[in-house]
Design a protein around this ligand. Structure first.
Ligand SMILES: [Zn+2]
Length: 115
């Protein structure tokens, strides 16, 4: 179990608690359910994002294991988190799942460090 998975479960638990609190508050006044349900929606969204990060980490670990064992696994989509956020301009030298991008990132890093 990764740290992302633990965080996702804690956030999902918080979302469930916020939902229950919101529904309980609605018994006094229906408008009081809004803060609880809003917090539940935000917590559920965060839990979903952390769950996605958990699955991404597992996929990267499987890819790295296959790569180290000499297999030629295809790159993940996106190949790395930095490429996803930079529009493919920058790649992670250590965690990119595209071997060619790792090589290019190493060359770019060496070029920058020599000047
Ligand atoms: Zn990449």
């Amino acid at each position: 179990m990764t740290a992302h998975r633990r965080t996702a479960r804690a956030l999902a638990l918080g979302a469930g608690g916020s939902t229950a609190a919101g529904l309980y508050a609605a018994t006094a006044n229906p408008w009081l359910c809004i803060p609880g349900l809003y917090a539940a929606a935000v917590l559920a969204w965060c839990a979903a994002r952390y769950n996605t990060a958990h699955h991404r980490q597992l996929a990267e670990e499987r890819w790295e294991t296959a790569h180290v064992l000499g297999e030629r696994p295809g790159p993940l989509n996106p190949c790395c988190e930095i490429a996803d956020h930079s529009g493919g301009l920058v790649h992670d030298r250590r965690r990119c799942t595209n071997v060619f991008h790792r090589l290019i990132a190493d060359l770019a890093h060496d070029h920058r460090s020599s000047t």
